[in-house]
Write a protein that binds this ligand. Structure first.
Ligand code: URP
Ligand code: ZN
Ligand code: ZN
Ligand code: ZN
Length: 520
């Protein structure tokens, strides 16, 4: 059934129900260990019509239910990838993982929901872009999805569109850029205004934090030195350029007490900036990605151009080899909260647009399929986090911060049946030759990972089993997300009260005032 497409003129409920589908409507997962973010327990899980109906010991098998033996397995909430760019038009080309191939690969890796980015062109209405992205995604997605919308320019209509998206379209997160000068970059005053409108609506601001002015000057410097290869990408965007923007974006958001989410945390110093802000009580969240947790920036110096270019993304991976471990430490102890991938993939011929000029190499790497295994390997197998924290950073915290909890991110009665049966002992070796993504390269090539999703259940249907996909194009749903996520706004509202500007009531000054002709 892989790749089955729902004809355009049919709604999901009109799709003919085959026997396989009927059996799939009822599933009993028996004998596994349910792992939620707060605790683990041995229980059976009964699913019907896409929803978890019962969780308990020794459940009776209802008639017609398919029974899955999960002895020795962990039963975990499906992963939520907070950061993808499927089929995104970018840097003169289009990301090769589209909403079909990308979500299909996600499911093979144990991720049952993605939050993608709708990024308007300069001057394009945010609502128009939103409708365009829905038009691209809805017919293709194999798993549930949602959209962050980019505030990629500032001007008439933008504040109204933000409000409409919040009030009517189920968007509660908006992404801004401090980099990509001339394309997406906003100035500090525009950021201030964006944060204000986002805060007024009860939404979350997200930031690509890199100083775009400095990157532009550094890029010219690299060119003047004759450095045209991928190592120039790294050297034009050093770590402090990321850290500075991270600190500045936190500062600006704090002026209007807007909750802030830093996407793709790539460096020790950017992570430290987030940690410091959180220790001061600011409402800031940090998202390291599979790439920054699983590999490093030494590859930019590789002699093989395609290999080096395959790692080009912004902000770059860091050449300090202690970086991935450090980010994992912070993720494990709570200073960083959740993980995405920034999956934005380009084939060799697309990367080659920058073969003589690194600034033209389309930025982006893979991750949507491998994130769960990479984090299990580098986080759990390494002894840095337990299985509960793994669930927290791969799904639960995403569901809370983006306000989909407890529909997503937990296995409990009433939750969506997005579930993974996870074999904690099995191993697999990551490779472009076996992955399900459309791209011809994998930044984790050759990595052996313990922790394998043996079965993935999406909306109560088995979509990945025994190494085979059984997906349906367009079966994924757009998940609207309500405003005022408690995870952010409970504290924001308290801070609004205690941080009211102070006005001093005093007698007016009634003495002389300076004039050119003397005091009057
Ligand atoms: O290199 C990256 N990160 N590509 C995707 C666009 C973005 O900046 O998130
Ligand atoms: Zn970005
Ligand atoms: Zn390398
Ligand atoms: Zn991104």
């Amino acid at each position: 059934t892989d790749g089955g497409t729902i004809p355009r003129d049919m709604t999901l409920s009109m799709v003919p129900v085959d026997e396989d589908a009927t059996a799939q409507a009822r599933i009993l997962i028996k004998g596994g260990k349910v792992v939620n973010a707060d605790h683990s327990f041995y229980a059976d899980v009964y699913i019907e019509d896409g929803t978890v109906r019962q969780v308990g010991k020794d459940l009776i098998t209802p008639g017609g239910a398919k029974v899955l033996d999960a002895k020795g397995m962990l039963v975990i909430p499906g992963g939520i990838d907070t950061h993808t760019h499927m089929q995104m038009p970018f840097m003169g080309t289009v990301a090769v993982d589209d909403f079909y191939k990308g979500t299909r690969a996600a499911l093979a890796g144990g991720t049952t929901m993605i939050i993608d980015h709708c990024l308007p062109q300069k001057g394009e209405g945010l609502m128009d872009a939103y409708e365009k992205w829905r038009g691209w995604a809805d017919p293709k997605v194999c798993c549930d999805y949602s959209l962050h919308v980019g505030v990629t320019w500032w001007g008439d209509g933008v504040p109204d569109d933000i409000t409409t998206l919040c009030q009517e379209k189920g968007v509660n997160s908006f992404k801004m850029f401090m980099a990509y000068k001339g394309l997406f970059m906003l100035t500090d005053d525009e950021l201030y205004k964006s944060y204000s409108v986002i805060k007024e609506n009860g939404a979350l601001a997200m930031m690509h934090a890199e100083n775009g002015d400095i990157i532009e000057e550094n890029t010219k410097k690299m060119a003047s030195l004759g450095i045209t290869g991928p190592e120039g990408h790294l050297q034009s965007r050093p770590e402090d350029v990321e850290a500075e923007a991270t600190t500045r974006s936190i500062c600006i958001a704090n002026q209007v007490n807007c909750p802030l989410y830093i996407v793709h945390v790539m460096s020790r110093s950017a992570a430290d900036a987030i940690r410091k802000a959180r220790s001061e009580g600011k409402v800031v969240f940090g998202e390291p990605i599979a790439a920054s947790l699983g590999t490093d920036g030494t590859h930019y110096f590789c002699k093989n151009w395609r290999h080096a270019a395959g790692h080009v993304m912004g902000p770059p991976l860091r050449p300090d080899p202690t970086t991935p471990g450090y980010l994992m430490d912070l993720l494990a102890n709570g200073d960083l909260q959740l993980t995405g991938t920034d999956n934005c993939t380009f084939n060799a011929d697309q990367k080659a647009l920058g073969k003589d000029d690194f600034s033209k190499i389309p930025n982006g790497v893979n991750g949507v399929e491998d994130r769960m295994s990479v984090i299990w390997e580098k986080g759990v197998i390494s002894g840095k986090m337990d299985a509960n924290r793994f669930v927290a950073v791969t799904s639960t915290n995403a569901a809370k911060i983006f306000n989909m909890y407890p529909r997503k991110g937990v296995i409990q009665v009433g939750s969506d049946a997005d579930i993974v049966i996870w074999d904690p002992e099995a191993t697999r070796v990551i490779s472009k030759d076996t992955h399900h993504q459309a791209v011809d390269f994998n930044i984790f090539e050759g990595m052996e990972c313990h922790g394998v999703p043996v079965i993935t259940i999406s909306q109560g249907r088995i979509v990945w089993e025994d190494g085979e996909l059984h997906v349906t194009q367009g079966a994924g749903r757009f998940i609207p997300r309500p405003l005022h996520a408690p995870e952010a706004y409970n504290k924001i509202l308290i801070r609004d009260k205690v941080n009211q500007p102070i006005k001093v009531e005093r007698e007016p000054y009634d003495g002389p005032i300076w004039t050119p002709d003397g005091p009057k």
